[in-house]
Write a protein that binds this ligand. Structure first.
Ligand code: P6P
Length: 329
């Protein structure tokens, strides 16, 4: 779905892109633009630490102290600290829900945006040098600025997002995001410290032949999921499962495909979290022309009950997801 107002050329810097897109919105006040910059900055810092991980072995509590005298932490906790620090300094976010924190972090400022974030999804893959990612959603706060943050501010359905995105720390580091006017991908050039527009107006192929699911859980999948997987095998589709949601999702949005995490005996509601994993990717995939469902409901219409709520996830190319969920009806 293209925002036809301004088509910016490949190689446009993220800063210039954000500024040009903001100029298109008559009432834009620059706060969302600044928030996106703050997230991009934190992504640069996390990217640097991930790339060092193999060298200085930041793969778990190692008892060492870093130069700030901080105990060395597991990378996902470190990433959480970096994002919270960047968002706190930026001042545009008033609250953060993070996979790493049981409760809401109230930043006690006059910011009007709420962030739901998985600072480092798939972090167990760091040890084996597999791509990992950050996933984030941005909402307007629900209650008036200046009042304490409430659960109402964060338990908003995905359709209320004003922006969403992910960072993929892979063979190159990318930032992909949407503000509801199409999806754009930026590739980070570490030697320049800049993100450059590399994937303008990303659209997911309407159909595909790649399915991503951990078939180790097959025996405890619901019949509908098993039937769809058998359909994929009968259709001679290709199975690809990286074990890192952002990496599988990114491949599928570029090449076409479906990612599934059905309910299993160990995760009866699925494994993935609604607020800071599924909603963000659902917003992005719909903006790119795809579909995201829990098997019965559009992900973006699910009313959250709790911060760390899990839901089953079927997400990707429209024809593939619609085929998968047709087994539920
Ligand atoms: P399983 C990583 O822990 C994650 O949240 C996703 O990135 C990934 O797709 C999934 O869980 C892997 O889970 O149960 O297949 O190991």
């Amino acid at each position: 779905m293209e925002d036809s107002r301004i088509a910016l050329p490949i190689g446009t810097t993220l800063d210039r892109f954000i500024k040009k897109k903001q100029d298109e919105f008559q009432f834009a006040t620059g706060e969302l633009s600044q928030l996106l910059r703050d997230i991009a900055l934190a992504g640069k810092v996390v990217n640097r630490e991930i790339n060092k991980a193999g060298l200085i072995n930041i793969i778990g509590p190692i008892g060492a102290q870093n130069v700030q005298g901080e105990d060395q932490q597991k990378l996902d906790v470190l990433a959480n600290i970096r994002f919270i620090r960047a968002l706190t300094k930026g001042g545009e976010a008033c609250a953060i829900v993070s996979e790493e924190d049981e409760e809401i972090t109230d930043l006690e400022n006059d910011g009007k945006y709420v962030i739901a974030i998985d600072p480092l999804d798939g972090s167990s893959n760091i040890d084996v040098n597999v791509s990992v990612g950050t996933i984030f959603s941005i909402y307007r706060r629900f209650t008036p600025v200046g009042t304490p943050i409430t659960k109402e501010d964060v338990l908003q359905k995905g359709a209320e997002q004003v922006a969403a995105g992910y960072l993929l720390y892979g063979s190159s580091t990318m930032l992909v995001y949407t503000t509801g006017h199409g999806v754009n991908g930026f590739t980070y050039e570490p030697s320049l410290g800049e993100y450059f527009l590399s994937h303008p107006d990303m659209t997911i192929p309407e159909d595909g032949k790649v399915y991503s699911v951990n078939e180790g859980g097959y025996k405890s999948f619901p019949k509908e999921a098993k039937d769809y997987i058998e359909y994929c095998k009968d259709s001679k589709f290709t199975a690809r499962y990286i074990g890192s949601l952002v990496a599988d999702f990114h491949r599928n949005i570029l090449k076409g495909g479906i990612y599934m995490y059905p309910p299993t005996s160990s995760s009866p509601s699925g494994k993935l979290r609604l607020l800071y994993e599924c909603n963000a990717l659902a917003f992005i995939v719909e903006q790119a022309g795809g579909v995201a469902s829990d098997g019965k409901r559009r992900i973006l219409e699910i009313e959250p009950d709790e911060l760390h709520q899990r839901v089953p996830l079927y997400i990707g190319s429209k024809a593939m997801v619609e085929k998968a969920i047709s087994y539920y009806s």
